[in-house]
Ligand binder design. Structure first.
Ligand code: DC
Length: 225
């Protein structure tokens, strides 16, 4: 039997940093499911398909191979056997990913690879709909959140460190726009699962957030091991 930890929440709540650290200490595999949507966004971008053109995006995805592969324990995104891990992190791909993720057929096509992976590994998966749709029977469900201003400030620093700085106001506007789209879409919106535990990381350091999550996870896993 495999254990799964669903870590959902809005952009910039700290999901990926925390999930990576937790996976390392628990010896679980960390899967960042946003990378799948980013790869589909990149597929649209490469083919000059507007990310809002649902039939065209669906057709392109149906004849493409979008995969996550683990190389030396770290996740890489592949599009038709090409490693596109760097390209999907371009700031514009955040918007593309959010737009293509609204398309129901895209979500359906990406469901199986996510479920198959969780069925054969101990996994901590971060996303928006992991606890509600992808893994409704996840062993642990956490909904991670933080105020939009704090998430924008973190993203602003991250972009600066990556050498692709953007003004704080535009980062905040982007976060608010994505929050609204991710939470109001018809299919699998960003929503806390009824049985998920909410952790608000506003004002918490990484270490404090990590400890909170680690304690929640251990309390759930310990009796099962
Ligand atoms: O986590 P991220 O910022 O890389 O995700 C990019 C977009 O993908 C995000 O705006 C919403 C979408 N997404 C989703 O709809 N469902 C997921 N499980 C993960 C991401």
């Amino acid at each position: 039997m495999f254990f799964s930890i669903a870590l959902d929440g809005p952009s910039g709540a700290g999901k990926s940093t925390l999930a990576r650290a937790l996976a390392a200490s628990l010896s679980f595999i960390y899967m960042d499911t946003g990378a799948l949507y980013r790869t589909v966004g990149y597929l649209a971008f490469l083919n000059h398909i507007p990310p809002t053109d649902a039939p065209a995006v669906t057709a392109a995805l149906s004849s493409a191979r979008v995969e996550i592969r683990f190389l030396d324990g770290s996740q890489h995104a592949f599009l038709n056997d090409t490693d596109v891990s760097d390209e999907i992190r371009l700031p514009e791909m955040s918007r593309y990913a959010s737009l293509v993720s609204v398309i129901p057929e895209v979500r359906t096509l990406l469901l199986k690879p996510q479920r198959d992976f969780a069925a054969s590994h101990n996994v901590i998966m971060d996303g928006r709909d992991i606890g509600t749709v992808v893994l409704p029977d996840a062993t642990v469900k956490i909904f991670l959140t933080a105020s939009p201003e704090e998430r924008a400030a973190r993203r602003f620093l991250e972009l600066q460190q990556r050498g692709t700085p953007q003004p704080y106001e535009s980062v905040l506007a982007d976060i608010l726009e994505r929050d609204a789209r991710d939470s109001t879409r018809a299919v699998a919106p960003l929503k806390k699962a009824p049985d998920a535990i909410t952790v608000d990381t506003t004002g918490l350091t990484f270490e404090q957030s990590y400890q909170k999550l680690y304690t929640i996870i251990q309390q759930k896993l310990a009796p099962l091991q």
